[in-house]
Design a binder for this molecule. Structure first.
Ligand code: NA7
Length: 552
């Protein structure tokens, strides 16, 4: 029977992507009543929304996948070294069905607000459907790159043709055959979509704001033998990943760039460029690539040389060569023939530093030099990363504290997991944790496990509330800053720093010390009975204790 009563759960989870799915599973295993709300029409998160042609994961499929179930690892047969979007989406659908998660998720339902009632220790969660639900725990698994960023172009509303954001791609696909198309943005999404649209469009104009370092992907079909080997070595592979800097099996080197001869260095870079073809290949060549500017320049120069070799027009090659920020300080790209696309007669490059956009017109784009007409425009302009999806929800904690106001000068969160003033609110891969600077699947599992273990610990002891202490959060923020200060990362206008979103505070958000180091810190906090957090009993018991103390 339907009632108008507010439904009550133990936990509400925001999102049914990689993080949400595993969070639901862990909480169900603990015997909790869980409800997840997902804005999309199905599971998959990133891989549900980013359906643009060419979308592909930039870490090996064997690593970018759940490790929590040996059976799942054994049974799922990845077809390529780097899975493409449709295969990833099938994988997440398989996981949802295999572990019976789907029935706990409400799709096409966005969480609008969440408010903590201190007298009852309960979060009231308001949904886009107009309904409200209640829960003791409110867990954001809303993603780190899930709030698409608009292109901020004047006059865009006057444009008469169709526009597409790579992060909100139509499910039915788009046919660009014979069309004059504009692509804005040359990050991971732009560099994947450009070669694909170039194959269809009569002409493709790429508007580039910042040139990127794009390492060629070495993708290939996986054979049964490769899959069997991976399955057999999974225990070791995952164990090494958990200890590593980037959440992948390879261990970080100790040799520095100038410890070796130029010839040796060159050979290493050739190997990273050609034979390895993986996202972290260059960052894993030497220990000081991201801490010593001169060392970094050796990689930058090597890649500039490669761009010159690939791109036939020297002027275009120069425009495509990244300058003015160190290699790796903006997320490098694992590209599929991105630079090569500019050798096609139907592809042209417009650099916005030289010829900025004046305005979008009903038929195209006016730059400072000329007007270009387009039948369609594609925006690969990225995301309000790391905090966007959390702050999109109107979250109010104790004493009416508003998370948006609390984080106005940048996010505060102890270990990136929880923030003072907001009891029982957890962030999966939240700001100030390694998040996307490590293999996301490892980051996600580590956070989900930590949160589930914390809830289990409290339940065993009759405790219900957990809150990050103000001083631990301040110390953690300072530590995150201290780590980034020892690197080159702040020399680029990256989304790690919020620099891609107008008005966002310029604060370095991810924790850079590495996945293994971070995991050990989180484990230590848990082992010390959640040191730095305050764990407490339900509010009525706290009140009873206060009354008792007062009357004693
Ligand atoms: P990114 O990496 O943030 O790339 C967005 C691109 O769009 C980048 O080249 C931006 O230039 C450009 N951009 C952003 N706003 C504008 C405007 N207003 N005008 C012109 N160009 C603009 O997002 P992606 O989707 O490619 O990738 C995000 C992550 O997803 C990626 O790192 C992987 O982890 C997966 P900018 O560099 O800011 O000058």
């Amino acid at each position: 029977m339907m009632t108008n009563e507010t439904q009550r759960y133990d936990a509400v989870v925001v999102g049914a992507g990689m993080a949400g799915l595993y969070m639901i599973k862990r909480l169900l295993d603990l015997g909790l009543a869980v409800r997840a709300f997902e804005a999309g029409g199905d599971v998959g998160g990133t891989w549900y929304w980013n359906r643009y042609p060419g979308a592909r994961v930039d870490l090996e499929s064997f690593d970018y996948s759940y490790s929590f179930s040996e059976d799942l690892q054994r049974d799922w047969k990845w077809s390529e070294r780097y899975a493409a979007q449709p295969e990833l989406l099938s994988y997440f659908n398989h996981v949802a069905d295999r572990f019976g998660l789907r029935q706990h998720i409400e799709f096409k339902t966005r969480v609008i607000s969440a408010e903590f009632d201190e007298s009852r220790d309960i979060w009231t969660v308001e949904l886009s459907t107009g309904r409200k639900v209640e829960a003791r725990y409110f867990i954001s698994a809303a993603g780190v790159l899930s709030t698409p960023k608009p292109p901020e172009l004047e006059g865009l509303e006057t444009y008469k043709g169709p526009t597409y954001h790579t992060g909100l791609w139509p499910h039915e696909g788009v046919d660009f055959t014979g069309k004059k198309v504009a692509v804005f943005g040359t990050g991971s999404s732009g560099s994947q979509v450009v070669p694909k649209i170039a194959e269809q469009a009569s002409h493709l104009t790429v508007f580039q704001r910042t040139a990127v370092y794009c390492v060629p992907i070495k993708n290939y079909a996986l054979t049964d033998k490769m899959r069997e080997e991976a399955v057999a070595t999974y225990p070791e592979r995952r164990a090494n990943s958990r200890k590593s800097r980037y959440g992948i099996p390879a261990q970080f080197p100790s040799t520095k760039v100038f410890d070796v001869s130029e010839a040796e260095r060159r050979a290493k870079y050739e190997d990273a460029w050609g034979a390895q073809g993986h996202l972290l290949a260059f960052r894993m060549t030497f220990a000081d690539i991201l801490s010593n500017e001169e060392a970094n320049e050796t990689v930058a120069n090597f890649i500039h040389g490669k761009i010159k070799e690939i791109v036939k027009d020297p002027e275009v090659a120069e425009k495509l060569s990244p300058r003015g920020f160190p290699f790796g300080t903006k997320r490098p790209i694992l590209g599929t023939a991105f630079y090569e696309a500019f050798n096609r007669p139907n592809v042209s490059l417009v650099t916005l530093q030289d010829t900025p956009v004046v305005r979008v017109t009903p038929t195209g784009v006016q730059t400072s030099d000329k007007h270009r007409e387009f039948d369609a425009m594609v925006f690969a302009t990225g995301f309000d990363a790391l905090t966007g999806a959390i702050l999109r929800i109107n979250i109010r904690g104790r004493d009416g504290l508003e998370l948006k106001k609390e984080w106005a000068a940048g996010p505060r969160a102890y270990l990136g997991l929880a923030t003072h003033g907001f009891p029982n609110l957890f962030f999966i891969t939240g700001p100030l944790s390694p998040g996307p600077l490590s293999n996301m699947s490892m980051s996600i599992e580590q956070h989900v496990d930590w949160v589930a273990d914390c809830i289990a610990y409290m339940r065993e002891r009759g405790l219900t509330n957990v809150e990050a202490n103000a001083d631990s959060e301040i110390e953690w923020r300072a530590h995150v800053q201290e780590v980034v200060d020892g690197t080159l990362y702040q020399k680029a206008n990256s989304w790690y720093l919020g620099a891609n979103v107008p008005g966002k505070p310029r604060v370095f958000i991810p924790y850079l010390a590495g996945h293994g180091v971070y995991r050990a810190k989180c484990d230590e906090v848990a082992a010390k009975k959640y040191h730095g957090f305050t764990l407490s009993a339900p509010s009525h018991k706290r009140t009873e204790a206060k009354v008792k103390a007062a009357s004693a």
